[in-house]
Design a protein around this ligand. Structure first.
Ligand SMILES: C[S@@+](CC[C@H](N)C(=O)[O-])C[C@H]1O[C@@H](n2cnc3c(N)ncnc32)[C@H](O)[C@@H]1O
Length: 268
């Protein structure tokens, strides 16, 4: 009997930086939870046809200890109830920060991501996370550009782990400020590896100039920085990130014991 020939099954092609031959190592957090958020993909490998994708820095999941440290710092400074607040990861990658946020009691945890392959991984990870019963709130991932993302009503916390360069950071920040123009007190911005901090300073300064020309009895909201400083990695994350980055064949990135972070609020 002649059986129909079937093409040999090929494993799907991984993005550069996610294969063992590229020096990929699994982060122990992924190993512990059965998800896949590890790997380093340089920005040049994340071009998928959008005008903003040439400004992508890289994909790399935030160190869980840095995420938790920054959230704990924010909660000391910001007392609005978490169950009314939406968490949004701006440049969500494979979803590590959204999964971590979903354990904390937010109203919902959202992620917006430009690269289609990364967002597919994020959705797979969310399914695993929900099945394991770890999500305490709804999780959603939106495919597309962070600058065009429509913020939901109610208090929001936008989380950024150095997703893009200066041009897109300025566009994103101006879009956020416009969206919250009449919603002072409803936006917090948590920024890890805050390379584009000067964009925030410039936008704040230009808003102050506009505001000082207006009615002093009707102050306009502006950006206020509540925190600026290092957040330490745990020893487990320090070791893991060091091993992962040192294993990269081109040695392009290095890891430090901490991440420089800042916390901004939109206040009147
Ligand atoms: C350093 S990774 C951070 C991943 C995730 N936030 C985390 O902490 O695990 C930055 C991510 O931002 C995404 N990104 C960059 N520019 C973007 C844009 N304009 N819109 C949406 N996502 C973007 C990249 O594709 C990348 O996945």
């Amino acid at each position: 009997m002649n059986l129909p020939r079937t093409a040999p099954q090929r494993a799907p092609r991984l993005l550069p930086g996610l294969a063992r031959k590229d020096g990929f190592l699994l982060h122990p957090w992924d190993e512990a939870h059965g998800v896949r958020t590890s790997g380093l993909v340089a920005g040049r490998h994340l071009r998928a046809g959008h005008a903003h994708d040439r400004h992508i820095t890289a994909y790399y999941g935030v160190a869980p200890s840095v995420f938790r440290g920054l959230l704990a710092r924010w909660r000391k400074l910001h007392h609005a109830p978490l169950h009314k607040t939406t968490f949004i990861d701006i440049g969500a990658g494979m979803g590590r920060a959204v999964l971590l946020a979903s354990e904390l009691g937010f109203r919902r945890a959202l992620g917006v991501e430009l690269h289609p392959t990364l967002i597919r991984s994020a959705r797979r990870n969310a399914a695993i996370w929900r099945k394991a019963g770890r999500a305490r709130c709804p999780i959603r991932f939106h495919a597309g550009d962070a600058v065009a993302f429509g913020f939901p009503p109610g208090p929001c916390v936008a989380f950024l782990f150095n997703p893009f360069g200066q041009v897109v950071m300025r566009r994103w920040l101006l879009a956020a400020v416009r969206a919250f123009a009449n919603r002072p007190g409803e936006l917090s911005i948590l920024y890890v590896n805050n390379e584009q901090e000067d964009v925030f300073e410039k936008v704040r300064a230009s808003l102050s100039r506009l505001s000082s020309r207006g009615n002093p009895d009707d102050p306009r909201p502006n950006l206020v920085r509540l925190f600026h400083g290092p957040i330490q990695r745990s020893s487990q994350d320090r070791l893991a990130d060091h091993r992962i980055l040192a294993n990269q064949p081109d040695g392009e990135y290095a890891s430090a014991p901490h991440e420089d972070c800042s916390i901004w609020e939109w206040l009147s």
